[in-house]
Design a protein around this ligand. Sequence first.
Ligand code: HEM
Length: 423
Amino acid sequence: MPIPVELANTIVNPIAYQEGDPIDDAFRTIRRDMPFDRAQPENYEPFWVVSRHADILEIERRADIFQNSPRSSVVTPAEQQQMTRMITGGDSNLIRSLVAVDGQEHKDLRGIVFPAVTPKAIKVWEEDIKGIAQSFVKEMLEKAPECDFATDVAFLYPLRVIMRVLGVPEEDEPFMLKLTQEIFSSNDPELNRSGKELTPEENLMALVQTKADLEAYFTEVTKKFRANPDKHVNSLIANAKINGEYLNERQLMGYFIIAATAGHDTTSNTTAGAMWALAENPKMLDTINADPAALDAFVEESIRWVTPVKHFMRTAVEDFEYKGVKIAKDDWLMLPYQSANRDEAVFDDAFEFRLDRKPNKQVAFGYGPHVCLGQHLARMEMKQLWRELFPHLKTLELAGTPERTRSNFVCGPKHVPIRFSVN
Ligand code: HEM
């Protein structure tokens, strides 16, 4: 049964993600009644919605058939996709980052940064990150009894961490934060470039300008690191060669942009959402402070809970039959990670934040050849922050109603007002 148009409209509607309940309700119905079916929201080309955990894993596993690059790798209105192809000369993705390439090119590009972000490799950053966590915790504690945890801590700490790893100076962080929010939150008038709601055309034009600002910045970065290579990830990217040649302009810029944007907004949303959950159930603090293993569980559950990357899209490059469903070449598929992470078949009390999930099979980092490159860094930095903060918190509660970003792609809480006292 095709997905009714109201439900199809909901799962692409940034406001449904901002409000929270409408999106949970929509995917709950879809998982139950039409788990792998066609949706055609108004103003969008049709796509399959792969709503269940097991099916997302299976589609991601078959990356030879279900590829990222042929059509937009993020759900985009039909008009905006068409205009994007005109601007790029045929490419459906405005930015050719790792999530918009496939096959050997993807393998080669991914291989440039992969060795620097393994659990072992990121240990070189551990002390540095601990110092950053301590400085943010100190500033937060000085704000007692109240702060907006999202804007005061969650959006700044992961930004500082990733910029340190990339080799971006602290004075450039506000610029990076602003441009990242313009990319991921282009539907949110509070965070986008224009301060108002945008039509698909205006949205695309704003993205083109943001991309141009980032490219101007990274052109200088490339010169700097080619002249003086060092251990930072931006230096690895600037100096990388495939078959003896530096990356071409689109590959180079796409790489810098994904590392500088995906590298903090995702973790920031997760950190903000974790604090929201904790402030609603501060008893968890006692459990975590008493048992270091509970901290790991808290971080993993907060990743499931927030699922900051709401979806990615895939395109079938040949006809394929999956569990009796006939998928045609060129069909577009949505992988809604948030739905997978609330799948009742995998998670007991899927709508509860629980510290005792063992194992926690959350799929917020994706799966298969495109699985998140920064997952170990994200976990490590969140653990460092909580380790520094939690022993200081005596009491904790919400001091107002948290608010989420208006976006159907990367998003989470943008305001988390809390009241707290310090030990
Ligand atoms: C809680 C934090 C994060 C979440 C939930 C997250 C989620 C994701 C997801 C869902 C994907 C796509 C996976 C797929 O298609 O199967 C992805 C890819 C990626 N992420 Fe993350 N991410 C996070 C943090 C980070 C950080 C800290 C970095 C930077 C160090 C990063 C860099 C990347 C890159 C470069 C890719 C593209 C990988 C590829 O296509 O091969 N992410 N991430």
